[in-house]
Structure formats: structure tokens, C-alpha cells
Design a protein around this ligand. Sequence first.
Ligand code: E4P
Length: 216
Amino acid sequence: MELFLDTASVDEVRHGAETGLISGVTTNPTLAAKAGRDYNDVLKEICSIIKGPVSAETVSLDAEGMVKEGVAFSKIAKNIVVKVPMTVEGMRACQRLTKKGIKVNVTLVFSANQALLAAKSGAFMVSPFVGRLDDIGKIGMEVVREIKQVYDNYKFTTQILVASVRNPIHVLDAAKIGADIATVPYSVFEQLFKHTLTDAGIKKFLEDWEKVPKKK
Ligand code: E4P
């Protein structure tokens, strides 16, 4: 499973890239607001750091507007993927952008039926939001499991990008189900490295290393 960073912070993307473990980035208007800079400038910088897919989100509500925004985003860099929402207009835009050779990430997906429509519209990626489903008392990962089953049944090539990830358990569950990608906040990425036994083990090895006789 690939790991993407869910951020519009260029610093976080840079740090993530340095680990050699991050293969893409997802952004959205909320993350762009948090970054507090011109969205296009941020996307351009991120695309110069990360060579894999970088998702840029449209904000129009009609297909025409989404296509226009998507075409403009696609000119920023060749690894841009255009995000459109799971609506009728979003699916019309997805079909049109896909026909133009522009990759689309269908976002705000909360059911397997929505993911089916996205795949039928030619989406490159589909983003089920697990955390937001958990927030309302549903089991977000169940939707990911269902999407995986539906896509496997019909050999859809649309990639399942697990989004709205809140903790390492989401990452593990996504990997167990066989999702293609999990996009994670930087804080969750950091947590993936950590284990108290790893820290304790390093401490003990360093202490014992001091006791090893060394030639002068
Ligand atoms: C990424 O593509 C999504 O926009 C993001 O993961 C949503 O996360 P949130 O539910 O924590 O806002």
C-alpha cells in the first residue's frame, strides 16, 4: 500500500519526502486555508518535491466550472490529479476530464455505491472518508471493504485512496483490506514509526554497547 501525505504544508511534504516513504500528496480547501498561501503556488512547490500524484481540489458546483478548474490545475505540473466531489455534476466533470487525459480523484465518498459510480465515470482514484464516517457512528472501514469487493468483482482499475485518516489503526486496517493508498496527516505518519519497545531496545543496546571492550 502506498502512503500519501494529506497536507498543503510544503514543509511537511519536504520532511515526508526525505524519508523516501511518501509517494503522493492530497490537499483540499481546508488544508489550503491552513497553509495560508496562494493555492496554485503551494501545488507547484509540492509537485516539484513529490513526483507521484498530487491532488488539487476544485470548488465549483457545476461540471463546466470543475472542468475549467481541472484543466487549469493540470497545467501546473504533470503529476496533478484533479479532485471533484461525488455529485452528478462531479461525475459529469470526471468523465470529461478523463476523456481529456486528466486524472481525477473523486472525493467525499461515503458509500460503495458512490465508489461504483466514480469507477464507472473513469475515476483514477476514489477517496472514501473513513474518519468522518466514524465520527457519525458508522464504521468507515466497512465502506472501504465493500469498495474493494465491488472493484475486485468487476476489475475496476480505479485506485482506492483511504482518506480522512485519523490514527495508525486506520492505516493498518486499510492495508489489511488491500486499499491501494492511505493518505495520512503528518502527525499520523510520524506515529507509524513509533513503538515504545523500539525506543527501549535502542536505549538498552546503546547502554550495552558502552560495556563492550574497545581497542584503544
Ligand atoms: C483528502 O483527500 C481528504 O480531503 C482528507 O483526508 C479529509 O480529511 P478530514 O476528514 O480529516 O478533513
